[in-house]
Design a protein around this ligand. Structure first.
Ligand code: ARG
Length: 463
C-alpha cells in the first residue's frame, strides 16, 4: 500500500509521502512481524506502568490493554493486514490499535520511542530463542548419553589426520560430543544472564522527563533489571551477536559430527547405519541411501556464521546511538535461529536412531597397526627402554608386518625377536584392542570404566 499523504506517525513536518523505493528500502514489516508477540507484551507492560505512575489514566490504560489483546489475536489468527507504508511491526500494531480504540491509542507512545521499543522486542525474541536452544541442546546431549552408555566398551579406531591412531571406545567418542554440546549449553546460559536487562524507558536515546518506573516494566517482562545507560540500551546489539556467536560455535560442533556420520555411513566405512527417517534414496541408483540430513547440518554452519559476520559488519563503526543500519539485525538472527533449531532437532533424531555396527567398528579398530603405541609403551614398561628407542623398535616391527601384509599380533615371537631379542611372549597381551582401551584408565581416557564414570557424572548433572 503506497500512501501519498505524509506518515501519520512521524509525518508532521513532511509535506509529501515517501517515494515507493524509499518505502521499499525502509520497511521492515516483511520480517519484523515475527516480533508481534514481543511488541505487544512490551506495549502492555509500558501502558500498565504509565497508568501506575499516573502518566496516563487508568481508563486509557485499560482501553489500550484490551485493544492490544485484540490486535494480538488478530495477528495470531492471520486476520491483520500489515501495511508497508506503516514501516514496521511497532507502527502497524499502533495504527491498528488506533482503529480499534481511537484516541487513547495515541497515549501509548508517551515516554517511549521505537528505538527502545525495538531493542526491547528484539531482546525478548532472542531470549526466547536462547531458551529454545537450551532445550534443543539438552535433548541432543541426552541422545549422545544413551549412545555412550550402550557402547561404553565397544571398540573403534580413533583417528588423527583421519588416519588410524589408537583404538578408542564408542562411548568415549560419543562423550566427546557431550562435552562440546555441554559447553555450548553453558554459553547459552551465560549469554542469557548477560542480556537479560530491559532497554524500555531509554526512549529515543536520552531517557525521558516523564516519571516512569523502569523497574516495573523490567520486572513485568521478566528482565533482571533495566539497562543502566539509555544510550547503550538503544544502540548495542551485542546480545544478538553473542547469540550468533554461540550459534556459530554450536553449528560448527554439529557440522563435525555431521561429517563423521557422512564418513561413517559410507560403504567404505560402515561404522553406523542411519535410519531411513533421516536419509533419502537416489532416483537413479537403487542401492543408494544418502545421509542428506547430515550433509545439510554440515552446511548450516555456513549460513549461521555468515549471519554472525554480517551483523558484526553492520554494527562495526556505528556511532552512538540508534542508526537505521540496526534494522538489518533481525533477518540474520531469525535465519540463524531457525536453522540452528532445525539442525539441533535433526541431529538429535539421527543420534537417537543411528545404529553402531559393532563388528565393523571392532574390525576397523584392530587394523592399521592401531596398537603400535601400546607395543612401544610395553617396551618401555617391560624392558625399561627409553620411549624414543621403543618408538624406533616398534616402527621396525610395523614395517615388518606391513611387508608381510599382516597386523602386529600376527607376527610370530621369532619375527619380533629378530627386531629386538628381549621381546617376550607377554607382548601379545597388549596388542589386542580390548586390552588397549581397557589400559587407558587415566582420567578422561578411553577405558570403558572411565567412560561409564563420565556418563554417570553427566546423568547426575542433567537430572
Ligand atoms: N524498524 C526499526 C528497526 O527495526 C524500528 C526503530 C526505528 N527507529 C527510528 N528512529 N527510525 O530498527
Amino acid at each position: 500500500m503506497t500512501d501519498t499523504t505524509s506518515n501519520q506517525m512521524w509525518g508532521g513536518r513532511f509535506a509529501a509521502g515517501p517515494d515507493a523505493i524509499m518505502e521499499a528500502i525502509n520497511a521492515s514489516i516483511g520480517f519484523d512481524r515475527r516480533l508481534a508477540a514481543q511488541d505487544i507484551a512490551g506495549s502492555r507492560a509500558h501502558a500498565a506502568m504509565l497508568a501506575a505512575t499516573g502518566i496516563i489514566s487508568d481508563r486509557d490504560a485499560e482501553a489500550i490493554r484490551e485493544g492490544l489483546l485484540t490486535v494480538l489475536s488478530e495477528i495470531e489468527e492471520g486476520r491483520l493486514r500489515f501495511s508497508t507504508a506503516l514501516e514496521d511491526i511497532h507502527m502497524n500494531v499502533e495504527a491498528r490499535l488506533r482503529e480499534l480504540i481511537g484516541a487513547p491509542a495515541g497515549r501509548l507512545h508517551t515516554a517511549r520511542s521505537r528505538n527502545d521499543q525495538v531493542a526491547t522486542d528484539f531482546r525478548l525474541w532472542v531470549r526466547d530463542q536462547l531458551d529454545a536452544v537450551e532445550q534443543g541442546l539438552l535433548a541432543l546431549i541426552r541422545a549422545f548419553l544413551v549412545q555412550a552408555e550402550a557402547g561404553a566398551d565397544w571398540v573403534m579406531p580413533g583417528f588423527t589426520h583421519l588416519q588410524t591412531a589408537q583404538p578408542v571406545t564408542w562411548g568415549h567418542h560419543m562423550m566427546a560430543y557431550v562435552e562440546m554440546f555441554a559447553r555450548d549449553l553453558s554459553r547459552v546460559r551465560d549469554a542469557r544472564a548477560r542480556m537479560n536487562e530491559c532497554p524500555l524507558g531509554a526512549a529515543a536515546l536520552a531517557g525521558t522527563s516523564f516519571p516512569i518506573d523502569r523497574e516495573m516494566t523490567a520486572q513485568a517482562l521478566g528482565f533482571d533489571r533495566p539497562c543502566a545507560n539509555s544510550l547503550d540500551a538503544v544502540s548495542d546489539r551485542d546480545f544478538a551477536l553473542e547469540f550468533l556467536g554461540l550459534a556459530s560455535i554450536c553449528a560448527m560442533h554439529l557440522s563435525r559430527f555431521a561429517e563423521e556420520l557422512v564418513i561413517w555411513s559410507s560403504a567404505q566405512f560402515r561404522f553406523v547405519a542411519l535410519s531411513d527417517r533421516f536419509s533419502t534414496g537416489s532416483s537413479i541408483m537403487p542401492q543408494k541411501k544418502n545421509p542428506d540430513a547430515a550433509e545439510l547440518i554440515r552446511a548450516k554452519v555456513g549460513r549461521i556464521f555468515g549471519a554472525n559476520v554480517a551483523l558484526m559488519m553492520v554494527m562495526k563503526g556505528l556511532p552512538l546511538a540508534y542508526s537505521k543500519d540496526m534494522q538489518e539485525d533481525k533477518e540474520q538472527v531469525f535465519d540463524a535461529a531457525d536453522n540452528l533449531m532445525l539442525a539441533l532437532a535433526a541431529m538429535e533424531g539421527m543420534v537417537r536412531d543411528m545404529e553402531a555396527q559393532r563388528d565393523n567398528l571392532e574390525a576397523a579398530a584392530a587394523s592399521g597397526f592401531s596398537t603400535a603405541t601400546d607395543l612401544a609403551d610395553w617396551l618401555v614398561r617391560a624392558l625399561g627402554m627409553p620411549f624414543r628407542e621403543a618408538h624406533h623398535v616398534t616402527g621396525a616391527l610395523v614395517a615388518k608386518a606391513e611387508a608381510k601384509g599382516c597386523d602386529l599380533p600376527d607376527l610370530s615371537l621369532d619375527e619380533m625377536q629378530a627386531v629386538h631379542g628381549d621381546i617376550t611372549e607377554a607382548v601379545y597381551d597388549v596388542l589386542g584392542v580390548h586390552n588397549s582401551v581397557a589400559s587407558r584408565m587415566s582420567y578422561g581416557g578411553t577405558a570403558p570404566d572411565q567412560v561409564r564414570a563420565q556418563v554417570a557424572r553427566w546423568k547426575e548433572r542433567l537430572a
